[in-house]
Design a protein around this ligand. Structure first.
Ligand code: SF4
Ligand code: SF4
Length: 358
């Protein structure tokens, strides 16, 4: 099992960030064990789109600055990059604060415009991936995810952040190929075989909680920095760290396998599963959601999007990419009732087992 370290960090103030990240790195062997002098080091931020750092959607720019400084200190040559799903990459990098930091630190920001096919003979589901060429240029990848909730995967952190190495809208095409959560997770693990970060340094100083993550949930102070060479291990460690706090996680239903004819399966899935819904007051009719949806589940009979829930695979790319946060994840009353009953039963079980232990 790979080592993981968690350190407290209460602000995005430079000196505290530098000392907390360094402390976390030292606990797992120190940065020189991962970066050698002269190596080209890609700092892969989470740049979901053009979101101001205060929204907690993207890796904080001061967090990036601290890692740039540490990489330079050990003789590495850092460069920064990512590819949003739909938004203009340059505008995103500017609004997220990355262009300013990169210019001040004299480090290039690279756009993932071109891609190349990379074979993955050991992949369980995907035997090849289209990967941004800039990623393939790196000697070392350091993954800098943000810890957030996610409607499809529960949380998004180190494992999911590497999906950004697939450029732009190509990501939505991969979503369509893996319509269930289980398959999507297998795809993410296949991808990690192709683009394996040497290190994962997670920005969980302020994360995002609630059902509308990873783009429109609520910023939540967590006060942690987590580091590991293993993306899965660091994700699990942070999940465990917030699980017993007041952090609002997304409660995912198990994948529903409904027997019977396909029309019955569709009706039951449609009734039980969470689904994207538009808030008409916020919608500006830009139609970006329709371009993002590769399942052809969105049409525009009026100026607002209409969802075909039989075609919808619940990837929530439309919600992630809506610039107005006009699409939210909705659950039926029955599903809410089911969730609250399950969570009450879990609490009851935990309190009974606590009593028994005493
Ligand atoms: S829901 Fe969002 S993405 Fe879709 S048309 Fe309205 S504003 Fe645009
Ligand atoms: S409607 Fe939205 S959630 Fe459904 S498949 Fe299309 S992009 Fe995914």
């Amino acid at each position: 099992m790979q080592k993981v370290s968690l350190s407290k960090c209460s602000t995005y103030q430079e000196s505290e960030l530098l000392s907390s990240i360094k402390k976390s790195l030292d606990l797992i062997g120190g940065l020189p064990s991962f970066v050698k002098p002269g190596q080209k080091v890609l700092l892969k931020v989470n740049m979901l789109g053009a979101h101001h750092p205060d929204k907690a959607v993207t890796t904080h720019p001061e967090f990036l600055r601290a890692v740039i400084k540490l990489v330079k200190e050990v003789g590495g040559t850092p460069f920064v990059g990512d590819s949003p799903g739909f938004d203009n990459a340059k505008k995103s990098a500017e609004v997220c604060g990355y262009l300013k930091v990169c210019s001040e630190e004299r480090v290039p920001f690279v756009y993932f415009n071109e891609s190349a096919e990379v074979k993955n003979p050991n992949g369980k589901r995907f035997k090849s991936f289209q990967i941004a060429k800039a990623v393939l240029d790196a000697d070392v990848i350091i993954n800098l995810p943000k810890f957030k909730t996610h409607g499809l995967t529960g949380i998004t952190c180190a494992v999911k952040n590497m999906f950004g190495c697939v450029p732009g809208l190509l990501k939505s095409e991969y979503h369509v190929k893996v319509p269930t959560r289980k398959e999507f997770n297998i795809m993410l693990l296949d991808l990690l075989e192709v683009v394996k970060p040497a290190l994962n340094i997670v920005d969980a100083v302020v994360g995002m909680e609630g059902e509308n993550g990873p783009h429109a949930g609520d910023p939540k102070f967590i006060g942690l920095i987590a580091v590991s060479a293993d993306a899965e291990v660091v994700d699990q460690a942070l999940y465990d760290a917030v699980a017993d706090t007041d952090f609002k996680l997304v409660k995912l239903l198990p994948e529903i396998v409904v027997p019977g004819p396909s029309f019955v399966r569709k009706i039951v899935r449609s009734f039980l599963l969470e689904k994207p819904v538009v808030k008409k007051k916020k919608c500006t009719s830009c139609k970006i959601c329709g371009k993002v949806c590769k399942s052809q589940a969105i049409s525009y009979p009026s100026k607002y999007p209409k969802f075909d829930y039989n075609k919808c695979i619940r990837c929530f790319c439309c919600a992630e990419m809506c610039p107005e946060h006009a699409i939210f994840v909705s659950r039926s009353r029955f599903t809410r009732f089911l969730f609250s009953t399950i969570s009450r039963l879990q609490e009851l079980r935990a309190s009974l087992s606590g009593r028994n232990e005493k």
